[in-house]
Design a protein around this ligand. Structure first.
Ligand code: BMA
Length: 309
């Protein structure tokens, strides 16, 4: 592969997790959040049960490759108001952002009114407290910045895009993680590989040159949708400014486990872990069926954002 065009290298023994690794019956395991906690790699797996509803189960690893999955689900759809009705069909696509000692989990709450963004928090990956439903429905793909900017929490999210309409990436602010506003469009679909919808994939990673964010772009084709990954760099002080964006996708479905599954031709990262040696491990859902691992050098991702297009 051309490393300058496609900076990610797949782990050769992908997929690293399939439903066979889940200790209870389920349909699929895919889009997972990732972080480091107490010296271990932690994945928060989206597991789809046999009814077709999703919940979250924890998996831990010493090396970031071999994961041990908890015997039981950790976060299941809420049973009490106000969350119950909005999570009735499941919780999906988690992302984890550490701020101080707190690990915030942004996820899609899915119910009869449609998908909306929810936020919860844990300190120990045992207790979990729901904080709020941050947006109205028809919104997903929310990632929280790992620090406040100008005294406010910052959230990227994706309103719109349901029912076949185009979906853009937006940015919103909050003084307290509960009330979100000052929302504005950050990046919209254009002609080409992400012509239909865009959405943030991984929480921003701080680099000297800006906030690095992976995002997915959906191309609608005669053969169905293609989910592929792009990368952008946002200004450290004003994340509404896009410092650079790679003109082409940097990762897309190629391998059989990405091409074939419940939803073909999907790679869908929700989490990554930056390593001290300047590399990053990205965990991605493949074809809504299993989980793959790929690695890249942060410097290559940054230089991809500087590419002319
Ligand atoms: C998106 C999300 C993801 C899923 C993808 C492909 O809209 O719902 O959970 O992986 O579609 O089906």
């Amino acid at each position: 592969m051309h490393r300058h065009l496609y900076p990610f290298e797949r782990f050769p023994r992908n997929p690293i997790l399939t439903r066979e690794d889940i200790p209870y019956p389920c349909n699929a395991v895919f889009n997972a959040a990732a972080c480091r906690y107490e010296g271990q790699y932690v994945l928060l797996l989206r597991v789809e049960d046999l009814k077709g509803h999703s919940h979250f189960t924890l998996a831990r690893s010493m090396d970031g490759i071999h994961f041990e999955v908890d015997p039981e689900p950790w976060i299941t759809p809420a049973t009490d108001p106000p969350f119950e009705i909005y999570e009735r069909y499941g919780v999906e696509d988690p992302r984890i952002t550490r701020i101080g000692d707190d690990y915030y989990i942004t996820y899609t709450a899915y119910g009869p009114h449609g998908p909306r963004v929810a936020i919860g928090v844990t300190r120990d990956f045992r207790g979990f407290k729901r904080i709020c439903l941050a947006t109205e429905v028809d919104n997903k793909d929310a990632v929280l910045f790992p620090e406040k900017i100008d005294g406010r929490y910052v959230l990227i999210n994706r309103p719109g895009g349901m029912g076949g309409t185009r979906g853009s990436i937006w940015i919103s602010y909050s003084p307290d993680l509960i009330y979100w506003g000052r929302s504005r469009v950050l990046f919209s679909p254009g002609p080409g590989w992400g012509n239909h919808k865009l959405g943030a994939s991984t929480p921003p990673v701080k680099t000297d040159e800006g906030w690095l964010v992976l995002y997915h772009g959906i191309r609608e084709t005669a053969g169905g949708r293609l989910y592929r990954i792009g990368v952008m760099l946002l200004d450290l002080k004003n994340p509404e400014l896009i410092v650079g964006v790679c003109p082409h996708f940097i990762f897309g479905p190629e391998e059989p486990y990405e091409r074939t599954g419940d939803v073909p031709n999907v790679v869908f990262p929700c989490g990554w872990v930056a390593e001290p040696d300047g590399t990053v491990k990205v965990y991605y859902g493949a074809a809504d069926t299993c989980i793959g691992l790929a690695e890249a050098h942060l410097a290559d991702l940054i230089s991809a954002c500087r590419r002319e297009g």
